[in-house]
Design a protein around this ligand. Sequence first.
Ligand SMILES: C[S@@+](CC[C@H](N)C(=O)[O-])C[C@H]1O[C@@H](n2cnc3c(N)ncnc32)[C@H](O)[C@@H]1O
Ligand SMILES: [Zn+2]
Length: 277
Amino acid sequence: MHAFICPLCHTSFLTKNNTKICQNNHHFDIAKEGYLNLLPVQAKSSKNPGDNKKMMQARRAFLNSEGYRPMADKLCELVTKKLLGKSAPHILDLGCGEGYYTNLLANSLSPEAHVSALDISKVAIRYAAKRYKTISFCVASAYAVPLVDSSLDAIIRIYAPSLESELQRLIKPGAYLFTVTPAPRHLFQLREKIYTHVNEHISSHNAPLGFHKVDSVNVNYILSIDNAQILHDLIQMTPFAWKFNPQKMQDLLNARKWKIECDFNIEIYQKSAPSLT
Ligand SMILES: C[S@@+](CC[C@H](N)C(=O)[O-])C[C@H]1O[C@@H](n2cnc3c(N)ncnc32)[C@H](O)[C@@H]1O
Ligand SMILES: [Zn+2]
């Protein structure tokens, strides 16, 4: 059962055949894979916003190799701990891509948990919904999330954009926001092949307005890769893929075995309870 609401008038849906119909008679088809496309045409910045098929397929292929599994396992452990004791928590994976982490999160929670996930990329959501049947997927923007106010026990945001006011609106008082971002040494050995001086970029992690930070966990490990296709997929899903010219790429691929540092920060923020005054 989807928890999504009408993106145009924010009323709830009834289901009729393969269509969702809101109280003001706006119609949205349920795709054959089971997802909803709730992105209004006027909210699209381009014909096909978000990650394209090539980026999405590279991400799926790399994630399937379990190269980022240590981070995913840590994230699942942290989310599960914070939701312990909630009878039927509702979580949202914001900018979920092709659903790899969403599925691991869903599997680590109790069966009563409701897991919603959205991405602005239709191709990513189509792949996600085809593979993971128990999760409610929709195509929508993180800047206008079609869910009711104060309905979420947690939002998980892994390398995806968001809007502070939407995080504030959606998360229940006292509930949580989890973010995953690259830490300074993430993919250092790839970046040093591109840049003469690799900056250990320090990103700031200020709590969004209305939240306070409750924990910060670093996940750091060396990833060994001995398959050129997996390395290629990893590069294709990074923002610096286009910086590899054919010569640099060939030099890198000649090595045949690679050791690459993975470095992530998981931040946990809690929404402050409203003051009593
Ligand atoms: C780097 S990918 C991360 C995907 C996934 N969380 C993961 O880690 O595998 C960023 C994702 O954000 C999505 N995205 C970009 N802008 C968005 C927006 N305004 N609303 C929702 N998703 C967006 C992209 O389509 C892409 O799938
Ligand atoms: Zn409507």
